[in-house]
Design a protein around this ligand. Structure first.
Ligand code: NAP
Length: 462
């Protein structure tokens, strides 16, 4: 079907960075284009609100860019709409020329080891969602009476979790950390946080500023065994071949920590390199974690892999956070690559299955559900722009399906189903309410964590 870009009706699912950047790319190409940005929560911004650490306000300030995008002509926010439940993907596809899925990677990955389901063993993603006030996790509990905790993985999420556990509570009070988490962390008895990295310092996934922060916390000693920093031949070769300076900078930070005398601070972060968890033990809850020493070897593809030795060691931890990556979920009516945990696509155009070249007309993806859970917020800008370029190329080639104007509109459909859709103005009401609560408590904001309460506030202000 031939149509001008400015006449397109586009729905975007998910209001995180990929969703907003996709909207921005569309607006740049076709000012005034009709975009409905759909999210299951009345509060927008996805992981910027529910994932970025509360003590990283600068990273969160990207929401100002998103606010500008949301106030462009043609843009609507349809909050509190669950795609797949309140409305199906096919119902959306019938009403929009293009449906762009940007719903991220909502679940976590498992370690696949015995004892993983014991009480006290959690996904780091749950802890992150809890301290950030995500409504789905506001009722979660974490036993912070434990003295020793393990965080498995050494990506930036592991850094965030370790830092929030180690940071003095009075510093957290100056952030928008959820109230329930602030109260729980204020009485936390956690003293030792073990970070378990399956490979060596050269392969650590975290970025240097995030790593360095751990060593700058008041009342925290960081413990690094200098022997872990002696590089094996495979890591030496990998480091020498790397263009990315981050691993070398991480090594500098770790070397400085290894040389630091311990101060007897009340909290300690202990780095364990070349170590993998093999089992969690306990009768009713986690009491112990067995880790195995790994040796590293070249994987034959320019990388380095961990191979378990027979040397094991127990840590008496009572709480374990697995921080080994997020994972995308399937959405009914959309092809899914279960192995990779993404929606299969060619340049953002959804295809019928992994490895297929057969595109699904009018269906696109951007962000983590397109490329997997990697990269910083800015990575999504390019990713979304690439998808929009593909979408516009399809428009130019006349390969965009027609919409069904004989059907009830999306608004009518949702109203008929009793869905209380919230708008951008409603979000602005919630935003003001959170900031007012924050001002009263001397904090930047106090987050609303209950959807029913959000809807009440919205209804009272309409
Ligand atoms: P990530 O960066 O992919 O790190 C995952 C970690 O888990 C790696 O250390 C990985 O080790 C390890 N791992 C995976 N499978 C494992 C297993 N079976 N056993 C033991 N360890 C295992 O993921 P993430 O920390 O969830 O972060 C996701 C993305 O968000 C990243 O791109 C991150 O940079 C970004 N992020 C950025 C910020 C920030 O900029 N401040 C904050 C949070 C998140 P291997 O390397 O050996 O696989």
């Amino acid at each position: 079907m031939s149509i001008a870009p400015s006449s397109l009706r586009v729905a975007i699912v998910g209001s995180g960075p990929a969703g907003f950047y996709a909207a921005e790319s569309l607006q740049k190409a076709a000012p005034g284009i009709a975009i409905d940005l759909i999210d299951r929560l009345p509060t927008p911004f996805g992981l910027v609100r529910g994932g970025v650490a509360p003590d990283h306000p600068k990273i969160k300030s990207v929401t100002r860019v998103f606010e500008r995008i949301a106030t462009q002509p043609g843009f609507r926010y349809l909050g509190h709409v669950r795609v797949g439940e309140d409305v199906t993907v096919n119902e959306l596809r019938a009403r929009y020329h293009a449906l762009l899925l940007c719903y991220g990677a909502e679940t976590d990955r498992l370690l696949g080891i015995p004892g993983e389901s014991l009480a006290g063993s959690h996904a780091a993603t749950e802890f992150v969602a809890w301290y950030n006030g995500h409504p789905d996790y506001a009722g979660a509990t974490f036993d912070l009476t434990q003295r020793e905790v393990a965080v498995v993985g050494i990506g930036n999420v592991a850094m965030d979790v370790a830092r929030i556990l180690a940071k003095p509570p009075q510093l957290l009070a100056a952030t928008d950390l959820a109230d329930h988490a602030l109260q729980a962390l204020a009485t936390s008895q956690v003293q030792t946080i073990h970070i378990i990295a399956r490979r060596g310092p050269v392969q650590a996934a975290c970025t240097t500023p995030e790593l360095r922060e751990l060593g700058e916390l008041d009342g925290v000693d960081v413990v690094v065994d200098p022997r872990d920093l002696e590089l094996d031949a495979a890591s030496e070769a990998e480091l020498a071949a790397m263009e990315d300076r981050n691993p070398a900078k991480n090594l500098d930070v770790l070397r400085e920590w290894a040389a630091r005398p311990l101060t007897g601070a009340p909290r300690r972060v202990v780095m364990h390199f070349n170590a993998s968890p093999v089992a969690l033990h306990g009768t009713t809850r986690v009491e112990r974690l067995t880790i195995v020493r790994n040796r590293l070897e070249a994987d034959g593809r320019g990388g380095v892999r961990a191979v378990a030795t027979d040397e094991t060691h127990d840590l008496s931890v009572g709480l374990v956070f697995r921080s080994v990556g997020y994972r995308g979920k399937a959405l009914p009516g959309v092809p899914f690559d279960d192995r990779a945990g993404v929606v299969p696509n060619l340049n953002g155009h959804v295809v019928e299955g992994a490895g297929s070249q057969a595109v699904v007309p009018g269906l696109y993806v951007a962000g983590w559900i397109k490329r997997g859970p990697q990269g910083i917020i800015g990575t999504n800008k390019l990713c979304a722009a690439d998808t929009v370029t593909q979408l516009l190329a399809d428009v130019a080639a006349g390969q965009i399906p027609a919409v069904r104007d004989d059907l009830p509109s999306i608004d009518a459909l949702l109203a008929e189903r009793g869905v209380s859709v919230t708008s951008w103005t409603d979000w602005q009401t919630l935003d003001k309410a959170e900031q007012a609560r924050g001002a009263a408590a001397g904090r930047p904001r106090v987050k609303l964590t209950n959807v029913a309460e959000m809807l009440e506030i919205v209804a009272a202000h309409r």
